[in-house]
Design a protein around this ligand. Structure first.
Ligand SMILES: Cc1cc2nc3c(=O)[nH]c(=O)nc-3n(C[C@H](O)[C@H](O)[C@H](O)COP(=O)(O)OP(=O)(O)OC[C@H]3O[C@@H](n4cnc5c(N)ncnc54)[C@H](O)[C@@H]3O)c2cc1C
Length: 514
């Protein structure tokens, strides 16, 4: 007898990570059931930014346009001292990922509401239970049983799925259920996060400013929807009780020249920074993602985004396994790829925090301000550099000169009938091999081709715009980006994964990675 499943995947927690997991699975035609203990979206505006990588994920999920309507472009980042000295500035150059600009300011509750709205379009594939808390998980060789409790009625329910995703935040029930520890540290310092409604514009409001100071560093950032955020640490001797009312909070803002004419305090909260990572992100058929798997300080603006990228990654991989295209072992690449990326952003956040807290040594400060060795070609700071995979389902060297592990730029391209679109719209959501003015299939051995055929790959020649196209498996490089990019790394063809990272290139072997 065939076993009954209520859905292919159970998603526990429907915050940003759970939402992107649901959207990714549904986009790939996989059914999911999600459980969220709260009926309403968490009202505090925690995450403040998204970048071009996250926007490209939104694009692939078909949600970028509604999201774009409620987020604002970010101008630049600057680190300044109270005396007005600028310590460091990061300008945002144009994105290569087909998203303009590179960074946006958001308002997390509005973004989550928009994503939830988008997900309601998948009513036959996605079932969301609000006001339902997951209390227990049991797994065996064929699936996971999720025991949940309706918080209004107390009724319990048992739901059977093939896999489960713990997207249930920092104090994850799923993580404790599978006996995984969250290793790392929580800092002692308590921060106050003040969210305000803006009443009038002030000079440079749209510069993300880090007021750097040993005693009272401040994050000062415009959020979308006419909101503004300040985050400040409490000084030794201060406690939450000292800021019990808005009247007690106002002096903190007034010290920075902000008055009742500029803003109204909407809400404020206190929190501590964590630098923590789950010891493992997978136990059998259960995976952890987002804050359930890692917690980082906010300085790189990457906590929520890292969770969304986890969810997207495990989403397309689970879809491939459930649809019989990938071997089950492929799911191990989830942690192998996402863990180093989460660790990278955690360390970056820690280091950026040292600038704002004025903890840099004189040598470090000098190195930060030193002119680049090649001023005509300055390296991009890691915070804004295009994404790179440091490990995982890749074939070939991972280094400065290798194209493997890099994300394909996203120019405007034309199809053979003359229609123009952003690259990803024409590449679709599966594997594609791209050749520089050559059919990439002609560069493959029969075995290599058979390997990519099994994965459902397409073979596309990218033509320069001064040539004719001859068939549907061709694209025209209208912005002249893809051809020069391939040549910069000395390759003629690359294999591109569904998440638009290069899995393999002809110079290091185009066989399907092991
Ligand atoms: C002050 C601050 C500033 C930040 N700034 C940024 C930033 O600029 N950029 C950025 O990317 N990130 C930022 N973050 C981090 C970001 O907000 C989080 O990383 C993000 O919200 C995590 O998303 P998540 O879905 O993994 O977890 P959560 O948002 O915590 O969502 C988990 C969900 O699971 C539900 N849940 C939990 N347990 C259960 C259960 N047993 N049953 C059912 N449901 C359950 C919860 O109700 C919740 O809705 C910031 C965080 C803070 C605190």
């Amino acid at each position: 007898m065939t076993e009954h499943y209520d859905a292919d995947v159970a998603i526990i927690g429907y915050g940003p990570t759970g939402l992107i997991a649901a959207l990714t699975l549904a986009r790939h035609g996989v059914s999911a059931v999600a459980f969220e203990q709260h009926r309403d979206i968490y009202p505090r505006a925690r995450a403040v930014t998204v970048n071009d990588w996250t926007m490209r994920i939104f694009q692939s999920l078909g949600v970028d346009e509604p999201v774009l309507k409620q987020i604002d472009p970010q101008r630049a980042l600057r680190w300044v001292r109270y005396d007005g000295t600028e310590i460091f500035r990061v300008e945002h150059p144009p994105s290569t990922l087909g998203v303009k600009p590179r960074f946006y300011n958001i308002y997390q509750p509005t973004m989550e509401a928009t994503l939830r709205d988008c997900a309601t379009g998948y009513e036959t594939l996605l079932n969301v239970h609000y006001g339902v808390e997951v209390v227990r998980l049991e797994q065996d060789d064929t699936g996971v049983t999720v025991i949940s409790r309706d918080l209004a009625t107390g009724a319990t329910r048992s739901t059977r799925a093939r896999y489960a995703l713990g997207c249930d935040g920092g104090s994850s029930t799923v993580r404790s259920q599978i006996g995984v520890q969250l290793l790392g540290d929580t800092l002692d310092v308590l921060w106050i996060v003040i969210d305000c409604r803006v009443k009038r514009w002030w000079p440079d409001r749209n510069l993300l400013t880090f007021w750097s100071d040993k005693e009272r560093p401040v994050v000062d950032i415009a959020l979308s929807g006419a909101n503004h955020r300040w985050e400040l640490p409490l000084k030794p001797g201060e406690s939450e009780a000292d800021f019990a009312t808005r009247e007690q909070v106002w002096p903190l803002l007034k010290a920075m020249g902000v008055s009742e004419d500029d803003v109204e305090i909407h809400q404020y909260a206190f929190y501590r920074h964590h630098t923590r990572m789950a010891e493992t992100w997978r136990k059998g058929r259960i995976f952890l993602a987002g804050d359930a798997a890692h917690l980082m300080p906010p300085w790189a603006g990457a906590g929520m985004q890292t969770g969304m990228r986890d969810a997207y990654d495990i989403g397309w991989k689970l879809a491939g396994v459930l649809q019989g295209r990938f071997d089950e072992r492929f799911l191990d690449t989830y942690e192998a790829e996402r863990r180093p990326n989460a660790a990278f952003y955690t360390e970056l956040a820690v280091q950026l925090g040292r600038i704002i807290k004025q903890e840099l040594s004189e040598e470090e400060q000098a190195a930060l301000n030193a002119p680049p060795p090649d001023p005509a070609n300055p390296p991009e700071p890691p915070l804004i550099a295009p994404p790179v995979l440091a490990a995982g389902w890749l074939r070939g060297p991972l280094n400065e000169t290798s194209i493997v592990g890099r994300m394909v730029p996203q120019p405007i391209v034309g199809d053979c009938r003359g229609a123009m679109a952003r690259l990803d719209e024409l590449l679709g959501k599966d594997f594609v091999l791209l050749g520089d003015d050559v059919d990439p299939a002609t560069l493959l051995s029969p075995q290599e081709k058979a390997g990519w055929d099994t994965l459902g790959a397409r073979y596309v020649a990218v033509r320069p715009q001064n040539k004719y196209t001859h068939g549907p498996a061709e694209l025209v490089d209208l912005d002249e980006v893809i051809g020069p990019w391939l040549r910069k790394y000395g390759v003629r063809a690359v294999a591109v994964r569904p998440d638009k990272f290069v899995a393999a290139a002809d110079v290091s072997g185009l066989a399907v990675p092991a």
